[in-house]
Design a protein around this ligand. Structure first.
Ligand SMILES: Nc1ncnc2c1ncn2[C@@H]1O[C@H](COP(=O)(O)OS(=O)(=O)O)[C@@H](OP(=O)(O)O)[C@H]1O
Length: 390
């Protein structure tokens, strides 16, 4: 009887105890938590020691080279120092610091690319996903950054400590997606600052990208003058975006990046291709990792789905579709096709991508427009369309 009371007491006591503390997450795990499509998914495991295996293969001379490079780069806290140190020879498997940039465009699956890449053992996750240091904390157009900003960016934001601990066998990067749009000054300055860096730009059907940006702003309660003034009609706002000659969605900005970064330094990713459930997802991801110099098949051949805003909520929830007339959508398609042709022309004149790739690029966007016109629009110029994004 006495034993029963004691065990009853123990049970009560256990029930009153606070739950055991959650194991503390590492900074990488915290970022990976935000990368999950659904909250009940497990945080993926990343082997942060895998890149170090290359060190065991070094000859003593390579070891010396690796140590000299590591010591010189790790001592830097400003850009001039990095420019000097990154000129030193490297041993196999070592990356310059920083190695690459995901420049944008926003709403083109850049978060998913980021999440895919930070799971790669050869990639050093940055402290912040989109620091935007170089356009927001450094003065345009010279991209002059104060010594304090440089120090913070080099040592903290780019995560110098952890990259150096891997002897730079993990490649550091910056994933600020608004850099692409600042190409008119940033392309030249970024090249001058980090002449070795590789840069990645992702592009999505211009109409879908503009709609996604619009939904993003609405969901963050950002005032959109056009949206308010037009009585919450989306068509004039997207038309205005696609007509803007200085921005014209992609062309003029991409032209600047191409002017300063050669084909082996700049990679263009097409959103519709890399998110496609077909073989193009694996192919595009492998191409990206090959371009960056990483093992092609890690962490996987599939891109996560993150940061999605369209297709949430009930069938009529904001972002499920966008109302406009058929002739309005046709006008947007004309503008977007013009934007697209600008990009294709740039690819041609700069010797980027095979003819077939360029053709696929345009066809993927034409397919989105065709699908909307055929499946989501009523007949006649005034027929209502319920436009969906790619
Ligand atoms: N794997 C996969 N499949 C399908 N769609 C995908 C995938 N990964 C990202 N996305 C879509 O990309 C949009 C978010 O892009 P970004 O992460 O670049 O946005 S942001 O600029 O960082 O806010 C966002 O689009 P919208 O939902 O239209 O906003 C995501 O749904």
């Amino acid at each position: 009887m006495q034993r029963d009371i004691a065990s009853f007491g123990r049970g009560l006591y256990t029930r009153l105890l606070p739950p055991p503390p959650e194991p503390e997450l590492t900074p990488l795990q915290q970022q990976l938590m935000g990368c999950r499509t659904f909250k009940n998914e497990e945080i993926p495991f990343v082997d942060e020691t895998a890149s170090l295996k290359v060190l065991d293969t070094y000859t003593s001379q390579q070891r010396q080279t690796a140590e000299r490079f590591t010591a010189a780069v790790a001592a830097c806290s400003n850009f001039t120092c990095l420019q000097r140190a990154n000129k030193l020879p490297r041993a196999p498997g070592q990356f310059r610091f920083p190695h690459f940039f995901i420049l944008g465009f926003p709403k083109c699956a850049t978060t998913s690319l980021y999440c895919h890449l930070i799971q790669h053992p050869q990639v050093q996750y940055p402290r912040h996903k989109e620091p935007h240091t170089l356009n927001m904390q450094c003065s345009a157009p010279k991209m002059e950054c104060s010594p304090e900003v440089q120090r913070e960016y080099v040592t903290e934001t780019l995560n110098m400590g952890e990259a150096a601990a891997s002897m730079f066998t993990r490649a550091a990067f910056d994933g600020s997606t608004h850099y692409a749009a600042e190409g008119h000054y940033m392309a030249e300055r970024l090249k001058a600052t980090f002449p070795w860096a590789k840069v990645v730009i992702s592009m999505r059907d211009p109409i879908s990208q503009a709609l996604a940006m619009h939904l993003h702003n609405l969901s963050h309660n950002r005032t959109d003058v056009c949206w308010e003034e037009s009585g919450k009609r989306i068509y004039p706002c997207i038309a205005q975006d696609l007509e803007d000659a200085a921005r014209a969605r992609y062309g003029p900005r991409v032209a600047k990046w191409m002017q300063h970064f050669s084909a082996d330094q700049l990679m263009l990713v097409q959103y519709e291709s890399v998110i496609s459930k077909g073989p193009s997802m694996a192919e595009d991801l492998q191409e990206l990792k090959g371009f960056l110099g990483f093992e092609l098949h890690l962490p996987s051949d599939s891109l996560p789905l993150t940061n999605w805003k369209h297709n949430r909520g009930g069938p009529d929830a904001l972002g499920r579709y966008w109302n406009m007339t058929r002739s309005e959508y046709e006008h947007l398609v004309d503008l977007a096709r013009r934007n697209a042709q600008e990009v294709i022309k740039l690819m041609e004149t700069n010797g980027r991508a095979e003819k077939q790739q360029r053709a696929n690029w345009l066809r993927n966007w034409e397919d989105v427009w065709k699908m909307n016109l055929e499946d989501n629009c009523e007949a006649g110029p005034d027929g209502n369309c319920k436009i969906v994004v790619s």
